[in-house]
Design a protein around this ligand. Structure first.
Ligand code: HEC
Ligand code: HEC
Length: 191
């Protein structure tokens, strides 16, 4: 009798979980939450950005790189010199810069429970403080099969920093292989 009722309650539990995971899978944030509930199995990709202020201030010139793509120490270094930002002056009033730094540090790769954030962190040595995602060893290794023709000399790409051009769902924090489409070359097929 005891045995039977535990099977029954197990069934109720798994049906409830199925519903929960079904609802959760539409959204990376929710998925992160769901996974955290289960003791730390990681969500794929990086956490998506929803903060409108960040999207506006750091998404005007280029793709709004998710905080989970670099460690906190990199963001601190980058935000400390916006006047000399990759050859541009991206200086902001101190108050705005502080607010953005706060957001970046709270969501940095070393704070995140997302698979790509963990992999980026693992590729860095403790002292490494890269200013660009594209300078991290993990990123370099993942993109080493791309040719100049596909990136720098490709009029539709131009720079490897334009994540959103090849990664169709970059804005959602997803960089999955099946979503890659290189303009002029088509879908990415790995072997
Ligand atoms: C005035 C324009 C401008 C603004 C505003 C701006 N950036 Fe940039 N950013 C650039 C340029 C130009 C590059 C170099 C892109 C390239 O090499 O293709 C760059 C590159 C970067 C990179 C490195 C990309 C890579 O290759 O990994 C990061 C990270 C970055 N910016 C973060 C930020 C953050 C955070 C903010 C908001 C505080 C910001 N940017 C605001 C112009 C800007
Ligand atoms: C010119 C096209 C292109 C651009 C631009 C680009 N990527 Fe990629 N990305 C690729 C390709 C191709 C792969 C390799 C997939 C494979 O074979 O593993 C890849 C792989 C990745 C992966 C690993 C995915 C996985 O499932 O293994 C991540 C994460 C990633 N890119 C992030 C970025 C970010 C962040 C940017 C911008 C700073 C960026 N990429 C810019 C084409 C691009």
């Amino acid at each position: 009798m005891k045995h039977k009722s535990s099977i029954a309650s197990g069934l109720v539990l798994s049906v409830a979980l199925l519903g929960l995971s079904g609802a959760a899978f539409g959204d990376d944030d929710e998925r992160g939450f769901f996974n955290r509930m289960w003791g730390g199995s990681k969500a794929p990709g990086v956490a998506p950005v929803k903060d409108p202020f960040y999207l506006e201030e750091c998404g005007g010139c280029h793709f709004p790189y998710q905080p989970g793509l670099l460690p906190a120490r990199s963001w601190t270094r980058l935000m400390a010199d916006l006047e000399h930002h990759f050859g541009e002056n991206a200086e902001l009033p101190a108050e705005d810069a502080d607010r953005l730094t706060d957001f970046l540090l709270k969501n940095a790769a070393d704070q995140a429970n997302y698979k790509r954030s963990k992999k980026i962190m693992r590729s860095l040595r403790p002292g490494d403080t890269p200013l660009a995602v594209s300078e991290t060893p993990y990123f370099i290794k993942k993109h080493d099969e791309l040719s100049r023709r596909m990136v720098q000399d490709n009029p539709q790409v131009g720079s490897i920093s334009r994540c959103e051009v090849c990664h169709a769902k970059a804005e959602t924090g997803s960089f999955s292989e099946s979503e890659i489409l290189i303009p002029g070359f088509g879908a990415w097929e790995d072997d």
